[in-house]
Write a protein that binds this ligand. Structure first.
Ligand code: PMP
Length: 441
C-alpha cells in the first residue's frame, strides 16, 4: 500500500533507502545500488563519510539553528570566507540558502536590485539558453530552457528569452573549428541583446557544463570568454549556474575556472552539502555587493533557513574534504578513467552518438543511427527503459529525454562520488552497458 508521502516518492512505488555505504545505497531489503550519478550530482563524498558525520555531530552538539535576524554563526562565517577565498576573481560575497533553485532565485533578484540601485530600472530582462535547467521555483523556472515546463505556469514573472546552447555534437559544422563554433554560438547572445535592446537586459544565465537537460555538455574553448566580452560590452551581468557542475565535479572547484572566465555571480548547491544537508549559495562580485551596500545597504531578500548552522557546517566540511584530501586531482584522474572506460565500451556502439563531459561529470547521447545522429522516437522513452533496467541491476544513473530540444533525444548523465574506485567504474560501465543492451533489445 502506498504511504502518505506526497508526490512520486512513496513506499509501495519506490524502494525504501535504508543505509549508505561509500558509493552504495542499500535499501530496506538489503539490495545494494551503486550510485553512478550521486543522485543528481549531489553525493560527491559518498554516503557515509566519516569526516562529514563528525562535523555534523559536533555542530549538532553545539547549535543547530540561530535565526539570521539576530545572529551569524561560526560555520556560516567560515564557509563564506573559504568560498570567497577560492572563488574566481572579483567574487567576494556569499549568500547562503537551502538549495539550487533558491540560489538562482536570489541571483535573479540580486541582479534586479543592483540595476534599481544604480539607476537603470529599465533593465529587467533575463537571457538564458534553450538547453538548460535552473530550478523549479517561479523565477528559476522562467530562466530554464524547457518550453514545456515553463508553459504550464505561464505567464511567468521574470521576462526571459532563450538562445541556442553551445552544443558541439549537434551544432558545430564539419569544416568549422571548435573556436570558430564557440564564437558563432556566443554571438547569438549579442544578437539577442540587440534585438531586445541592451538597456532592457539585466543578466545572462548559463550552466558552464549543461547537466540534467543535456547530459554533461561542456562549452567549447573560448565560448564563455566571448560571452563575458559580450556581457561587458552591453552592461549585462553574467550569472553562471554551477549548481550541478560546481564544487569540484569537473575537477576544478568551479567549472568556469577551466574556461578562464570570472562571472558576476555563481550559484552552487547540490555538491556543496554533498547530500548531508540541504544547502546552496549565491556568490556575488564585490562590484554588485558594493553598489547595494552604498545604496539601500540591504539585499531585499531572505529565507528563514538561510545560513543555517548545520547546513553551513556540512558545506564547510565538504569544502575542507575536497581541498584537504586532494579530491580535485582525484576527480580529474578518475574522470579520465571513467571517460576511457565509456569510450572502450561505447566508442563503436551503433547507438551511442556522443560521449562527453569533464571530470566526474560525463554524459552519453543515444541515437538511432550514428551517421545521421537521428534521435530515437521519443514515444519509445528509451532513457526511462535504461533507468529502470539499470536500477533493477543495482545501478543508479541519471537518464533523461528531450536532449536536443526538450522533445527529442535521449542521454544518460553520470556523476559518481569523487571517491569512486577503479573496480566501481568497471561495475558502473558494465551495468550501464547491460541496461542499454536490454533497453534496445
Ligand atoms: N540549477 C541547476 C543547473 C540544476 O541542475 C538544478 C537542479 N537539478 C537547479 C538549479 C535547482 O536546484 P534544486 O533542485 O536544488 O532547487
Amino acid at each position: 500500500m502506498p504511504g502518505h508521502v506526497f508526490g512520486r516518492t512513496t513506499k509501495g512505488v519506490l524502494p525504501v533507502a535504508a543505509r549508505g555505504e561509500g558509493c552504495y545505497i542499500i535499501d530496506s531489503s538489503g539490495k545494494r545500488y551503486l550510485d553512478g550519478s550521486g543522485g543528481a550530482a549531489v553525493s560527491c563524498l559518498g554516503h557515509s563519510d566519516a569526516g562529514l558525520r563528525a562535523a555534523l555531530h559536533a555542530q549538532l552538539d553545539a547549535l543547530a539553528f540561530a535565526h539570521t535576524g539576530f545572529f551569524t554563526s561560526e560555520p556560516a562565517e567560515s564557509l563564506a570566507d573559504a568560498l570567497a577565498a577560492h572563488a574566481p576573481e572579483g567574487i567576494e560575497r556569499v549568500y547562503l540558502v537551502s538549495g539550487g533553485s533558491e540560489a538562482v532565485e536570489a541571483a535573479i533578484k540580486l541582479a534586479r536590485q543592483y540595476f534599481l540601485e544604480i539607476g537603470q530600472p529599465q533593465r529587467h530582462r533575463v537571457i538564458a539558453r534553450r538547453q538548460s535547467y535552473h530550478g523549479n521555483t517561479l523565477g528559476a523556472l522562467a530562466a530554464g530552457g524547457n518550453a514545456w515546463r515553463r508553459a504550464q505556469f505561464a505567464p511567468l514573472l521574470v521576462e526571459t528569452s532563450h538562445i541556442a546552447p553551445c552544443y558541439e555534437y549537434r551544432d558545430r559544422q564539419e569544416d568549422e573549428t571548435q573556436e570558430a563554433y564557440g564564437q558563432r554560438a556566443a554571438d547569438e547572445l549579442e544578437a539577442e541583446i540587440r534585438r531586445l535592446g541592451p538597456e532592457t537586459v539585466m543578466a545572462f544565465i548559463a550552466e558552464p557544463v549543461v547537466g540534467a537537460t543535456a547530459g554533461a555538455v561542456p562549452a567549447v574553448p573560448g565560448y564563455l570568454k566571448r560571452i563575458r566580452q559580450i556581457c561587458d560590452r552591453h552592461g549585462v551581468l553574467l550569472i553562471l549556474d554551477e549548481v550541478m557542475c560546481g564544487m569540484g565535479r569537473t575537477g576544478h572547484l568551479f567549472a568556469c575556472e577551466e574556461d578562464g572566465v570570472a562571472p558576476d555571480m555563481i550559484t552552487i548547491a547540490k555538491g556543496l552539502g554533498a547530500g548531508y544537508q540541504p544547502v546552496g549559495a549565491l556568490l556575488a562580485s564585490g562590484r554588485i555587493y558594493g553598489a547595494i551596500a552604498a545604496g539601500s545597504g540591504f539585499f531585499q531578500h531572505g529565507h528563514t533557513y538561510m545560513g543555517h548552522a548545520m547546513a553551513a557546517a556540512a558545506a564547510g566540511a565538504v569544502l575542507d574534504a575536497i581541498l584537504g584530501r586532494g579530491l580535485l586531482a582525484r576527480v580529474r584522474e578518475q574522470g579520465a578513467k571513467l571517460d576511457a572506460a565509456l569510450r572502450a565500451e561505447f566508442g563503436q556502439h551503433p547507438h551511442v552518438g556522443d560521449i562527453r563531459g569533464r571530470g566526474l561529470f560525463r554524459g552519453i547521447e543515444l541515437v538511432e543511427d550514428r551517421a545521421g545522429k537521428t534521435p530515437f522516437d521519443p514515444a519509445r522513452k528509451l532513457h526511462a527503459q535504461i533507468k529502470k533496467l539499470a536500477f533493477e541491476a543495482g545501478l543508479i544513473c541519471y537518464p533523461m529525454g528531450g536532449t536536443i530540444d526538450g522533445q527529442r533525444g535521449d542521454h544518460i548523465l553520470l556523476a559518481p562520488p569523487f571517491i569512486i574506485e577503479d573496480a566501481q567504474i568497471d561495475e558502473l560501465v558494465g551495468k550501464l552497458s547491460g541496461a542499454i543492451r536490454g533497453a534496445l533489445a
